[in-house]
Design a protein around this ligand. Structure first.
Ligand code: PLP
Length: 467
């Protein structure tokens, strides 16, 4: 038996090895011990195959990341060529490698404003971690060692290191077995217009959110807040598009007090909603720091980046005697950077941003039709980042009882019909590869509709009443 070559192992053996040895992220132990995991062995474009040979359209896009689609020989060759030429060379202190310099230059050219400085990381969480550290570093350089608290939103997800999970705050992640850092981390209400308090309209809700931020600054003191973390669209917290002008107004308040505004574009960059970066092109703001990962290599290889402004760099580098003692063995890993460069080249050459805008627009429109179904409270999102929220009562927006797990029932139904969508609380979330076609959209929407209808019928038979 040759481990590492799945073709030599029977499907059940792979399944059993995984079940015996792997601790999966976010695994729910009961179902895992019972059913184990679905073993995927091949991917091409938007499609995945499992170890039994079943085929699925991957509307999850890996995990918001397979932007250019899987199985591209050109990517494999770029990775292999780089591994042959220079598989590793560190970027610490006074060393670099040619590909990391090239990718940094490319990112600086694509990023908005004066965001010309790049710190490479191993993924999104480590980019967020690095941003948290950069905030402390910068504010201390500016002579404000107390100005190191940070602000983020309820229901945000910023990754899974200790700090990243402490900055993010999704209720379901906060299990009692873990601890989180609380000192100096402040959370504001989630900017979800669908669940605005007291039935507020969007503009009124936006005023309310902005006032909440101002009240926090009055309470804590702007001299103790050094950074604000925001996902332009909250991804894992439920594909939440904030009220119009929310980000612009929050960003302006941050600028008033030199609170560094960190746009967590781990999901929204590299075409997810049709732009290289969403901050400026979609929401009209230039952040101080952008954290990104995922679509940077389209998931072909782990890599992340924190991109920050010349202004921050000038303050850090001013006296010439400081060290930024943060970074990773694999910061600027040549193979990862070669994958990033090739990925960007493909996005440019094939106008994948254009496809994301055009097909994404069609996806939004087609998916919106599902709002006619009795269980669908709202379809929301932008372009290639969409979700369907299930409710028991459309008028009151009351959710279904927790134990029903209707979004998992829906995703299981979809899976039976060859479609993968992601269950997340009361939502089914989709972030397909950006190379999806109009025909693919029709398949996804048709299949999802069928699954929602089947689950609704089953729940009605069990006595669930829809308002
Ligand atoms: N930030 C956002 C918005 C994310 O969605 C994620 C992952 O899903 C992260 C950060 C963490 O990225 P990673 O899993 O690459 O560490």
């Amino acid at each position: 038996m040759t481990l590492g070559n799945s073709a030599n192992l029977a499907s059940e053996e792979l399944w059993a090895l995984d079940k015996a040895h792997v601790l999966h992220p976010w695994t729910n132990f009961g179902p895992f011990e019972d059913k184990g995991s679905l073993v995927i062995t091949r991917g091409e474009g938007c499609w995945l195959w499992d170890s039994e040979g079943e085929k699925y359209f991957d509307a999850v896009g890996g995990l918001w990341c397979t932007n250019i689609g899987l199985g591209r020989a050109e990517m494999a060759e770029a990775i292999a060529d780089q591994a042959r030429r220079l598989a590793f060379s560190n970027t610490f202190v006074d060393m670099t490698n040619d590909v990391s310099a090239l990718l940094a230059g490319k990112l600086a050219a694509l990023a908005p404003g004066d965001l010309n400085r790049v710190h490479f990381t191993t993924g999104g969480s480590t980019a967020i971690d690095s941003a948290y550290r950069l905030i402390q570093f910068y504010q201390t350089c500016m002579g404000r060692p107390e100005k190191t608290g940070v602000v983020a939103c309820e229901n945000s997800y910023h990754g899974s290191t200790y700090i990243a999970q402490s900055i993010g705050k999704r209720g379901s992640d906060r299990v009692p077995q873990f601890r989180y850092m609380e000192a100096g981390i402040h959370h504001l209400s989630c900017p979800n217009p669908y669940r605005a308090p007291d039935g507020m309209g969007e503009a009124e809700f936006c005023d309310w959110l902005v006032a909440e931020f101002r009240a926090l600054l009055d309470r804590v003191g702007p001299d103790r807040i050094g950074g604000f973390f925001a996902e332009p669209i909250q991804s894992s917290g439920g594909v939440i598009v904030p009220p119009k002008d929310y980000l612009r107004r929050i960003r302006a308040i941050c600028a008033e007090h030199d609170i560094l505004f960190v746009a967590d574009e781990v999901v929204t960059a590299f075409g997810r909603i049709g732009h290289w970066f969403a901050s400026e092109d979609e929401f009209g703001i230039v952040p101080d720091i952008i954290c990104t990962a995922k679509g940077l290599s389209s998931g072909y290889i782990p890599i992340g980046a924190m991109i920050f402004s010349d202004r921050i760099w000038a303050a850090m580098a001013e006296d010439g005697g400081r060290w930024f003692t943060s970074g990773f063995t694999y910061s600027g890993h040549p193979v990862a950077c070669a994958a990033g460069l090739k990925n960007i080249e493909i996005i440019e050459r094939e106008d994948i941003l254009g496809n994301a805008k055009r097909v994404g627009g069609y996806f939004e429109k087609r998916l919106k039709t599902l709002e006619a179904l009795p269980m669908v409270g709202q379809v929301r999102g932008r372009k290639m980042m969409m979700c369907v929220e299930n409710v028991a009562d459309k008028a009151t927006k009351r959710v279904l009882p927790e134990g029903l797990n209707e979004s998992k029932l829906i995703s299981d139904e979809c899976e039976q019909m060859g479609l993968m969508v992601r269950p997340l609380g009361h939502l089914n979330v989709m972030s397909p590869p950006l190379v999806m076609t109009d025909d693919d959209v029709d398949f996804v929407v048709r299949t999802l509709e069928r699954a929602i209808r089947r689950v609704t019928d089953r729940l009605v038979r069990q006595g669930v009443r829809f308002g």
